[in-house]
Every structure is written in structure tokens, then in C-alpha cells.
Design a protein around this ligand. Sequence first.
Ligand SMILES: NC(=O)c1ccc[n+]([C@@H]2O[C@H](COP(=O)([O-])OP(=O)(O)OC[C@H]3O[C@@H](n4cnc5c(N)ncnc54)[C@H](O)[C@@H]3O)[C@@H](O)[C@H]2O)c1
Length: 437
Amino acid sequence: MKRICVVGTGYVGLVSGTGLADFGNHVVCVDIDKDKIERLKIGEIPIYEPGLKEVIDRNVQAERLRFSTNIDKAIQESEVIISAVGTPPGEGGEADLQSVWAVATVFAKNLKDYKVFVNKSTVPVGTGRKVYELIRELAGHNASFDVVSNPEFLREGSAVRDFLHPDRVVIGSTNPKATEIMKDVYKVLYLRKTPYIETNIETAELIKYASNAFLATKITFINEIANLCDKVGADVHVVAEAMGQDGRISPKFLHPGPGYGGSCFPKDTMALVEIFKEAGIRSRVVESVVEANEHQKAMVVDRLKELLPDLKGKVIAILGLSFKPNTNDTRFSPSKVVISSLMKEGARVQCYDPVAINDFKREFPDLDYKKNAYDACKGADAVILMTEWNEFRGLDLGEIKKLLKTPIFLDTRNVYDPKEMRERGFTYGSIGRTFIR
Ligand SMILES: NC(=O)c1ccc[n+]([C@@H]2O[C@H](COP(=O)([O-])OP(=O)(O)OC[C@H]3O[C@@H](n4cnc5c(N)ncnc54)[C@H](O)[C@@H]3O)[C@@H](O)[C@H]2O)c1
């Protein structure tokens, strides 16, 4: 078991640090955000992630998990330093790596004995090599270290389970010594026979982008098929179900919606387009996915206008602000595009989300935020269901209908049954099921 320092306590760093402590390692999680660390020290969890608090508490109590802002000391004390800082999109869509360089720099400054620098953030192919060169340049020729790529595949909303029971562990390394150390870090998974992929750094870096871009492509593909279903009288759910029964396709990620969002797919697809360009070739597939997804998000308001042609002065209820259920993450949430475009059309928005309101307020401070779905629908000319939180699956539809000024319901997640909604008297829109009677 290893002494590990995890740098960055965001969705990935906090869950990974906690999970690695749960595997028996001694972990210190550090961040430049003092407020975050102070909250963690008093047992508050800065993100919404089901089940995370219990695992943090358990490991803090067992003295395997600590939080600190003293990054220098944490690095000095550890043998394995895992960088899990953010890599947001830069102005041209490429990944902004300034936090990665910052961590590499502080790593080099504190390098006295052999240490492994592990890149867990999603970074463009070639970054591991550049990190190695930077550390070598800063720490000198005698410095003893390795750089490893260990991309993370957890999903927000089920991050704890995903980290503790991953489909695979990917280790990209140039030195068997570092690979062995990483196997020790993940010893519990190794013993449990979790598939291990040992490869070079570039391959490991690319696996992450290829995986995310493929999933984004699958979503985008079914979104387009759904749009076609709406034109030709087909039912996208039946199409997807039948497609998914083919083992080569699989039923996962074949659910249409208002376009993918979140902190990974949008930025990783944009970054992959740039990685292709830097390599001197183009990905026509991923470029199209990025474009089609923008179109899908924009299409939601067009769809609403089919049900309610003039939006000027109308009140629209929005249910769901996070990019998916069970997270407070609103990065690249389709709700942002929809709300901005509703406001441009002159509509007024009343919105509600079970956990993401505070996060949404940072970008949209002046919206009319409501306490629950029913308050949001009160007096509205239409409601748009944007995120399939469980509490929106079981709405009292009779009550919603009474509260709405006109019973227009646009369900961008296809939560409700079109036939039943129409029988209840709603003017109901969904994605890819318009003609279902
Ligand atoms: N969020 C996901 O679901 C997910 C899944 C897999 C991979 N990833 C990748 O993991 C990385 C992290 O993503 P995230 O969502 O956890 O990001 P995040 O923005 O939630 O967290 C990043 C954290 O790093 C801290 N930080 C930034 N610079 C720092 C520095 N120099 N020193 C110490 N701390 C610093 C920030 O304060 C923040 O707390 C990204 O590359 C992302 O693409 C994310």
C-alpha cells in the first residue's frame, strides 16, 4: 500500500483519493481552493455525489484519508502524486493545461527521492512526455522520477461505485518500476482480477479521448435518428431497443435527449478535434458530432415553438439544471443553452433543480429559482423537462396541469408516455416519439 498525494479535489480527485484510501492506501488530498479543503476538513462534501460522504467519513476515521492545502509537504511525504486538476477547454477548443503544468512544477520543486507523477486528468496525447521533460528540466538530470498516465473513467452520479468497481484500469508508463507501483496502488482491484491495460503513455492518453468521443458519437447518432423519427412517424425507443439487441451495438447510450453536456463529452470531443488537427489529419466524425450536438441543444426551443409559437412574454418552467441526474455539475448543461435562447426570444424562465441551483446561479444569477417543480410550473405557459431526476419521473401530473396556464409539456428526456400525456390533456412533445398514438 502506498503513500499517495492527490492534487485537485474536484469530482475526480476527491472520489479517486477517497477510493484509493478505501483500497488501503494512505492518501492526502490537496487543493489550491482553501475553502474546499476547509469544508472537507469539517466533514462537508463540496460536491453532490451519492454515497461519497460515507466513504470519506469511513476513511478519515481510519486515518487513511486527510485533506490539506500544504501541497509542498503533501508531495514530499508521498511516493505517488496523482494530478487530478481540471483541463477545461481553451479558446480554440483545445484542452487548457495550465493547471497540469502548475502541478508538474510544484512536483519538480519537491522532488528529493524517487516519486511517480500520475496524470489522471484527461490530457491530449503527448502531454505525459511534455510533463516528463518539464520536470526533468526543473528538477535536474539526477532527479529520480517517472511519469504515468492513468486516465479516469468514473461517471458523475455513480462515481463512487465506478471508481471502486471499474471496468478496467489503464496504466500508461515507460518504466516497469512505475507500472509495478501503480499495481500496488490498485492492488485490491488487481487481486479482484479487474482488467489491467498496460501500455505506453500516448496510448493511455488516447484511450480516454477515444472512449469519450465514441460514447458522445453514440448519443449523437441516436439523437439524429430520433429527429428523423419525428419526421417520418417512427418511435425512437423501439428503434433503439431493437438496435441494442444486436450484441455488436449494445443498448447503452442509445437514449435520445437534448444533446450531451457535462464536464467531459463536450470538452473532450472538442479537444480530440484539435488533437487530430495537430497530428496533421482531420476527424470528420468527431467534428460532425460536435456540430450535431450543438444543433441538438438549439433544437429544443424550436421544438417548443412548434407547441407554443410565440414565446415573447411567455413564462416557461424549466425542470432540471444539472447536465444529468444525481450531480450538481452544470458545466455545458443543455439547460444553459435552452434558457439563454428562451430569454433571447423574450420569454421569462422559472426553474427548479433538486441540487444544482447554487451552481447554476454563478452563471445565471437573476433567474427566477423556485423551491420545487410545482412552484416552477405555477402560472407557466409551458414546462420543459430537461433533466431526468427521479423526482421528475413521478410528478403529480394532475397537479402540474392545474398549475400551468396552458398544459404544454416538452419532455426532452422522454420520461413520460406520449399516449398517456395526451389522454391527460397535455399538449405533449418529446424527442423521437411525436407520432406515437
Ligand atoms: N468529472 C468527471 O466526470 C470526469 C471523469 C473522468 C475524467 N475527468 C477528468 O478529470 C480532470 C478533473 O476533472 P474534475 O471534473 O474533477 O475537475 P474539477 O474542476 O471538479 O476539479 C479540479 C480541482 O483541481 C483544483 N486545482 C486546479 N489547479 C490546481 C493546482 N495547481 N493545485 C491544486 N489544485 C488545483 C481545483 O481547485 C479543483 O478543485 C479533468 O481533466 C477531467 O476531464 C473528469
